[in-house]
Design a protein around this ligand. Structure first.
Ligand SMILES: *Cc1c(COP(=O)(O)O)cnc(C)c1O
Length: 377
């Protein structure tokens, strides 16, 4: 892959899009091509096979189905396509991204049992068990693997087991963990997982996918069709028969994704996990040095997002901190926790522990500008 001219590098510490390599950026610069050409169909085919492999799924039983859109489109697809007539979905909800799946169910008027738990901890699985044993109309259980809003890593294996013990299928929103934390779908009891190109694979926004069980997708043919563009079976069936998306794919974004997958393979699953864990450790070290605390217990953090308690006096101003860092090539992100003044540092992208150390040099200057002495008390 040729990089004609290096592009200014920004370190994105927001929860996606993530920092990408120049080789992924330049992979989009290709001769114009109609996506119905064989050459493109073959790329799509390679990408789909690779996406199944990333989560160690058996290609005989699982398949990847892509849609044009950001990650939410896959939440939409799965929620609207996999609930049979007269049945319910149960959402294990301890954060914003699980809440979104419950909200989607609401928009489609799909009966939803939303089990809400505090956003600062793990869900109470006894409550889930009792709910599933009592309500036999629940056919689908859904939750978020890593709650990007807070940094909590949910026990998907246990949730999936409870779902299966009660004859439900299990959907895990792995959008922020796919390609970062090693995931084995069958070991984790996941029937459907998902991601989006701008997250852990460090490609471009515009394409998202589900990796899911073929026999369940085929069964869903007879479920109520609640959406046209976002129907899972319709898109699967088109891929199966024709080898491509039903409607125009984001052509250049797919080229970037193909390159990003190759770079993922070159780095290796374990090496990537270690690199991002190194970033996460550097964030905690940096916070200690600067004198800031975090919200979520370290033992239940997913190594991808740290929610930081903002100082509680009026010298602190998120916009000032953000702008100071932004001008120096680092992007930070506001918090997503109700009633708590927080901000977030996310390490999903093509970044290293060294980038995090550089960030904290800048962050310290920003806090001094706001009138703090370091460490902040
Ligand atoms: C990013 C993300 C999404 C999707 O967000 P989009 O803005 O639509 O890409 C969904 N779930 C999780 C856990 C995420 O991190």
């Amino acid at each position: 892959m040729e990089v004609v001219k290096p592009v200014k590098r920004n370190v994105l510490l927001n929860p996606g899009p993530a920092t990408t390599t120049d080789t992924v950026k330049y992979a989009q610069v290709v001769p114009d091509i109609c996506p119905r050409e064989n050459e493109f169909v073959e790329i799509m085919d390679e990408v789909r096979r690779e996406l199944v492999k990333v989560v160690h799924a058996d290609p005989e039983k699982y398949t990847a189905v892509l849609f044009t859109g950001s990650g939410t489109i896959i939440q939409d697809v799965l929620v609207n396509s996999l609930v049979p007539e007269g049945k319910k979905i149960c959402v294990v909800d301890n954060g914003a991204y699980s809440s979104r799946m419950a909200e989607i169910a609401g928009y489609y008027h799909i009966p939803c049992v939303n089990l809400e738990f505090p956003t600062t901890g793990l869900p109470d699985l006894k409550v889930l068990q009792e709910t599933l044993e009592k309500d036999k109309d629940i056919a689908v259980v859904a939750t978020t693997h890593h709650e990007t809003g807070t940094g909590v890593l949910n026990p998907v294996r246990e949730i999936g087991k409870l779902a299966h013990d009660n004859n439900c299928i299990f959907i895990a929103d792995t959008i922020s963990t796919y390609g970062l934390l090693p995931i084995n779908m069958e070991e984790e009891n996941i029937d459907f997982c998902m991601s989006s190109a701008q997250k852990g694979l460090c490609a471009m926004t515009g394409v998202s996918w589900v990796v899911g069980k073929v026999d369940e997708i085929v069964k869903s043919k007879d479920y109520p069709t609640r959406s046209y563009y976002c129907n899972l079976f319709m898109q699967y069936d088109f891929f199966d028969r024709v080898g491509e998306m039903h409607f125009t794919p984001p052509v250049q974004v797919i080229y970037a994704l193909q390159q990003a997958i190759r770079e993922y393979r070159e780095e290796g699953e374990q090496a990537r996990y270690e690199r991002i864990t190194g970033c996460w450790e550097a964030i905690h070290k940096g916070l200690e040095g600067i004198g800031l605390g975090y919200v979520i217990d370290k033992e239940i953090q997913g190594h991808l997002v740290v929610t930081i308690k903002a100082p509680e006096d009026d010298r602190f101003d998120f916009a000032t901190l953000h702008d100071y860092c932004y001008e120096r090539g680092f992007t930070i992100y506001p918090g997503k926790m109700f009633g708590l003044a927080t901000f977030r540092l996310c390490n999903l992208g093509w970044i290293t522990a060294r980038d995090i150390e550089d960030f904290f040099v800048v962050a310290k200057e920003a806090f001094k500008e706001m009138g703090y002495s370091i460490p902040i008390k």
